[in-house]
Ligand binder design. Structure first.
Ligand code: NAP
Ligand code: ZN
Length: 346
């Protein structure tokens, strides 16, 4: 067993505390990673606070992991000691079902194993990246391109792939008008990726406070959704809307901004249901869809894409003692634009 330092939460309304956790001894296809940086995703907050349902505490969140390989199992072929690697939201899947065979492990029909708040094939609870070390099967590890620093690489493992995958799937590219709802961790990645894919990008944010940043990141237009005129002015405009908002929004108002055959894809995952008036879809043959992270192959592809187009998140690096404070700032939409924990402070 390997002992790792970590930060764990012990209840839905409890603060983070220093903890020691055990990582399994390396199986033949496992790699041991010394975690250097771990991003804070809003999903960590939803989970740690029990908003998505009951979880087993203590819980170590974190599924935006970047670090260095420090040991490998006997039959590992993809990685060697010293490699710069990342781990995202899942650490295993059955590998045999139709979806796994297609490289869509996140949709594993037998249930993928999430990086934290899951149970691994050894029957042990999984614990995430707010820690110094993790042991992961090599197939669920990705290589970080040389020109991406580890601190900015971390958020790509969730915020990057979660926005890249639907943007690509729904044909983002030249001639397409794409709106990104919410300029948080996911949203500010989506703006950069959609811009790099060649689309005309609009940000729909609650206010104009982050307008300058949004335009610098590649947005062509930026509107405040608190201004009712925004919805009148932009009616019927977008081919694709990517909703990254962590709270309930008025879906029908956003659907009215789609063109004929336009699609609104929800990646934001608020605990409470959204209500949909089907007339919002019927009138202009519109679609409403959802998307969950991305497969391992696509995650590697996303990293190469970001390396090629110089797309990286804007981050605030924090120490392990600042996690609770960071959570409050994320909840107040006051993050520019991703918190990343420096795990040397564990
Ligand atoms: P975040 O950094 O907190 O960003 C969310 C943004 O939504 C905020 O910055 C804010 O943008 C906007 N927002 C927040 N509250 C709002 C409200 N009440 N009304 C309107 N807009 C509001 O969170 P994140 O880490 O990007 O995650 C966003 C959501 O995606 C979370 O629900 C998370 O669980 C989910 N998620 C899903 C997947 C997936 O695979 N589908 C993966 C990762 C995360 P403005 O200030 O610009 O308005
Ligand atoms: Zn996430």
């Amino acid at each position: 067993m390997i002992t790792a330092k970590a930060r764990a939460v012990y209840g839905p309304d409890k603060p983070f505390q220093a903890a020691e956790i055990k990582r399994r001894d390396l199986d033949s296809h496992d790699v041991l990673i010394e975690i250097k940086y771990a991003g804070i995703c809003h999903s960590d907050i939803h989970t740690a606070r029990g908003e998505w349902g009951p979880v087993n505490y203590p819980l170590v969140p974190g599924h935006e992991i970047a670090g260095i390989v420090t040991d490998v199992g006997a039959e590992v072929t993809k990685y060697k000691v010293g490699d710069r690697v990342g781990v995202g939201c899942m650490v295993d899947s059955c590998g045999e079902c139709e979806n796994c065979r297609k490289g869509e492990e996140q949709y594993c029909l037998n249930g993928m194993v999430p990086t934290y708040a899951g149970v691994d094939k050894y029957g042990e609870p999984t614990q995430g990246g707010y820690s110094t070390h993790i042991v992961v099967k090599e197939d669920f590890v990705v290589k970080i391109p040389d020109n991406i620093e580890l601190d900015v690489a971390a958020p790509l493992l969730c915020a990057g792939i979660t926005t890249y995958s639907p943007l690509k799937r729904w044909g983002t590219g030249p001639g397409k008008k794409v709106a990104i709802v919410g300029m948080g961790g996911l949203g500010h990645m989506a703006v950069q990726i959609a811009h790099a894919m060649g689309a005309e990008v609009t940000v729909l944010s609650q206010t104009l406070k982050k307008k300058e940043d949004g335009l610098k990141l590649g947005a062509d237009h930026y509107y405040a959704t608190s201004d009712p005129e925004t919805f009148e002015k932009l009616a019927g405009t977008f081919d694709l809307i990517l909703n990254t908002v962590s709270a309930k929004i008025d879906l029908n108002a956003y659907l009215s901004l789609l063109t004929l055959d336009g699609t609104l894809v929800n990646v934001g995952a608020p605990a409470e249901p959204l209500s949909l008036n089907v007339m919002s879809l019927i009138g202009q043959r519109r679609s409403f869809a959802g998307s969950l992270i991305g497969g391992i192959r696509e995650t590697q592809e996303m990293l190469e894409f970001c390396a090629k187009h110089n797309v990286v998140p804007k981050i605030e690096v924090i120490s392990a003692d600042q996690i609770d404070e960071a959570y409050e700032r994320v909840l107040a939409s006051n993050v520019k634009y991703r918190f990343v924990i420096d795990t040397s402070t564990m």
